[in-house]
Ligand binder design. Structure first.
Ligand code: PBG
Length: 331
């Protein structure tokens, strides 16, 4: 659409006028990233003094609980004020009972972060069973299929246990129908960040190594969405808001930017986008080979995610990006 006020004729339009100097470009920049919009995912495991690097996600580690205070300090010093926790339990079973154990690994992690950082840090927790089930699916099984309605009370129980441990926000991510309503009924006052539009994406590959959560058989396509579907993603977004979500998430991020933008148009709740493990790994791998500039590619992709309409960006680059943003602001 051509607006009368847009200088669109070839005789008057000279886009380069406003690109001449860094200061001019900074002045007219439409999208600005801030560390406070970034969320750092953290993987927590049993043990003491453990920082175990995840091979497919260079720079990311599985941390034991005693390492979390230091990690929180580093993030807060850089201006990153929220984390998203994932747990690697010591043992798994068919129902994923480790997810709601009072002394479960994420419950311990929440208590440690609360102790170390008080209310300075927003502690968001992923609510799903896949890291805790022996079969690696996000819900309980009936035969070889995932039983939606039998999973709902387990997700509500998990969310309740995590909220009791002190989580600030619960983020149901199992893609079971009715999961937000089930959690909302159990927790009327807890903020819910709903993984609303979650595609069955190939880009979750490294995460499944990191969290040891690859399904033992089959795949997640009977519950996660077909990446081909954008309108259906919006149905999911509206359903989750209707069920009581305070914020919604789109995942993955760059492969689903159209959905971020469309979600921004149809709802006014805060929108998060998750730059997932494979998006991170792809940039890292190309940068290691000298094929991409790590910093420039990461910041460009994060800026694109924000430009599309996400006010909250979950990213494994959070700590590093906050440092880069500080450099840019200072330099
Ligand atoms: C739990 C969950 C997954 C991710 C976030 N929450 C794995 C999956 O759905 O298979 C993936 C995050 C990433 O790839 O960084 N269901």
């Amino acid at each position: 659409m051509t607006l009368l006020t847009d200088p669109t004729t070839t005789t008057t339009h000279r886009g380069r006028r406003l690109r001449r100097t860094p200061a001019l470009r900074a002045m007219v920049r439409e999208t600005r990233l801030a560390p406070s919009m970034l969320v750092a995912p953290l993987f927590v495991r049993a043990g003491r003094g453990i920082r175990e690097e995840i091979a497919s996600m260079p720079g990311q580690h599985r941390l034991s609980v005693d390492e979390l205070a230091g990690e929180a300090t580093r993030l807060l010093d850089a201006g990153v004020r929220s984390v998203l926790l994932f747990g690697l339990p010591a043992s798994k079973d068919a129902d994923g009972s480790g997810a709601w154990a009072a002394d479960g690994i994420v419950q311990q992690a929440i208590r440690e972060l609360r102790r170390a950082a008080g209310d300075d840090l927003v502690v968001i927790v992923d609510v799903c069973l896949c890291e805790y089930t022996s079969h690696g699916h996000c819900g309980v099984l009936r035969g070889e299929s995932i039983d939606n309605d039998a999973t709902l009370p387990l997700l509500a129980r998990t969310a309740t246990s995590l909220a009791e441990a002190g989580a600030d926000v619960v983020a149901p991510s199992a893609m079971m129908d009715g999961q937000v309503a089930a959690v909302r009924e159990a927790l009327p006052d807890e903020p819910i960040l709903a993984y609303a539009a979650k595609h069955a994406s190939a880009f979750y590959g490294p995460f499944r190594e990191a969290a040891d959560s690859a399904p033992a058989f089959g795949d997640r396509r009977t519950y996660q969405m077909d990446p081909a579907n954008g309108r259906e993603a919006l149905v999911e977004v509206l359903a989750d808001v209707d069920e009581g979500a305070d914020m919604i998430m789109v995942k993955p991020a760059l492969p689903a930017l159209d959905i971020v933008a469309a979600a921004r148009d149809i709802t006014n709740v805060p929108i998060a986008a998750y730059q997932v493990s494979g998006e991170y790994a792809a940039i890292c791998a190309a940068a290691e080979r000298g094929w991409l500039d790590r910093r420039a590619a990461a910041l460009e992709s994060l800026t694109a995610i924000a430009r599309a309409g996400a006010g909250i960006v979950v990213t494994y680059f959070a700590l590093e990006a906050a440092g880069w943003l500080r450099d840019e602001a200072g330099g």
